[in-house]
Design a binder for this molecule. Structure first.
Ligand code: NAP
Length: 401
């Protein structure tokens, strides 16, 4: 680790070619608060060059010291010092610093994928495994958290990981991996960037002979004991990522365990602000959540607390299919709610800051499309064209099974 021209760097700890970011920090006082020994400028601003892999730890440390990050600029390791010089004495040496034009590239290259492949999965210990369905609800849905502290696995909200169940299939071959949407933010439920959580329903169905069949991987996970090792691959997925825009409108349409990525989104927006000085959500999040019974509302207390605490930023609408009915007397599904709020939703989605996410049962997609087709026609528009446009603008995100 070295300090050059007043900028603390972690270059020696990072892999060659790993991207670096320059944090400009205020509020770390020179008298005592500066226990990290960062160089402090006369202006009171501190500049810290941090490789991508250490960003979260660094942000937390700065937070703990009472510092506030006021600017993060992407730079290459070689350009870190030069980029910092825009605010220092060494302006003449900044010709290779193009932080703004690199912003787009940063976004693309920093999505972690396939850090652990099926041939060499990460072995993570199960730290917790608890039931999410309350008394009287249907089936079993578990919240599981795995330890990642022994490896390099990192991920973003909206991604998935693979789980390889132990044992072999009926042909004697090792089981293939199953993908599960991640339910935690990049910081993990323990807020130390060292865990990942899932929300898993035990798959159960009747086969043609009328026998009850249980899903291999979901049953394995639902019955997993704390301290057992789990083979994890990934992360994968770029479809369901949350935009960086803090003022965005995020419409989330979920059935059952399709809540997983939205739990991660909402935790990032409303529960982990301290961990994310670079993302302070000020927009509107609207979750329309379809479940069979009230007892099946996963993460119910947390969701309702967030809705109560952030009434201007979070709207929560349930579609409880076996307890609520539509005006026409049919089951209340996510698409029924979309149809109920069709006008408002359609006005919303035409705005460039609005992103729509759908996760869960694929059956909800066609009726939602029908609703938007009708709304578009009312306005002399074409839904297919608009949807394609939204997709191109990365504002229409669908992950349904
Ligand atoms: P669940 O608790 O059983 O709830 C599903 C809800 O959706 C129920 O209220 C159900 O109503 C309703 N529903 C049934 N058919 C529907 C349809 N055609 N359109 C809209 N809603 C409908 O949920 P779950 O067992 O967790 O199932 C969630 C599904 O999402 C699973 O198929 C899972 O594989 C999938 N999933 C996908 C992802 C992903 O793509 N990343 C992630 C997680 C989960 P009734 O039962 O009362 O009819």
């Amino acid at each position: 680790m070295g300090t050059t021209q007043g900028v603390k760097t972690f270059a020696n700890n990072s892999k060659i070619g790993e991207r670096c970011f320059l944090f400009e920090v205020v509020g770390i006082s020179a008298q005592g608060g500066n226990s990290l020994n960062y160089p402090i400028r006369q202006s009171g601003n501190t500049f810290i060059s941090v490789p991508y892999s250490r960003m979260n730890q660094e942000m937390r440390r700065i937070n703990r010291l009472g510092g506030k990050i006021i600017n993060i600029t992407p730079v290459g390791i070689d350009t870190a010092v030069a980029a910092s010089s825009s605010n220092s004495q060494n302006k003449s040496n900044s010709s290779n610093s193009k932080p703004m034009t690199q912003a787009k590239e940063k976004k693309k290259t920093n999505i972690p994928v396939n850090i652990y492949k099926p041939k060499n999965p990460y072995k993570g210990k199960c730290l917790e495994n608890y039931e999410l369905v309350a008394e009287g609800g249907s089936g079993t849905v578990r919240h599981l958290t795995f330890d990642l502290s022994e490896g390099d696995l990192r991920y973003l909200e909206g991604q998935s990981i693979g789980i390889i169940p132990p044992g072999t299939d009926d042909k004697g071959k090792p089981h293939k991996l199953r993908l599960y949407s991640i339910a935690s933010t990049r910081h993990g439920d323990t807020l130390d960037d060292e865990t990942v959580s899932l929300c898993v329903r035990q798959l159960e169905y009747q086969n043609e002979q009328g026998e009850t069949v249980y899903g291999v991987c979901s049953t394995y996970l639902c019955n997993l004991s704390v301290d057992e090792d789990v083979a994890i691959t990934g992360p994968v997925g770029k479809e369901m990522l949350l935009p960086d825009d803090e003022d965005a409108t995020i419409v989330m349409l979920a059935t059952g365990t399709g809540i997983a990525p939205f739990r991660a989104f909402l935790w990032r927006m409303f529960k982990e602000q301290e961990q994310n000085p670079d993302y302070q959500f000020k927009g509107l999040a609207w979750l329309i959540f379809g479940i069979p019974y009230t007892a099946n509302i996963l993460y119910k207390d947390d969701l309702e607390k967030m809705a109560a605490d952030y009434p201007d930023n979070f709207r929560l609408t349930y579609a409880i299919s076996r307890e609520q009915k539509t005006d026409e007397g049919s089951k209340m599904y996510v698409q029924s709610r979309v149809s109920e709020y069709a006008d408002e939703l359609f006005e919303m989605i035409q705005k460039p800051k609005t992103h729509v996410y759908m996760c869960g049962l694929k059956g909800m997609e066609p009726p939602i499309s029908e609703t938007f087709t009708a709304e578009a026609e009312k306005r002399g528009m074409n839904w297919d064209d608009l949807r394609k446009q939204m997709k191109k603008e990365h504002r229409w995100h669908v992950e349904v099974y």
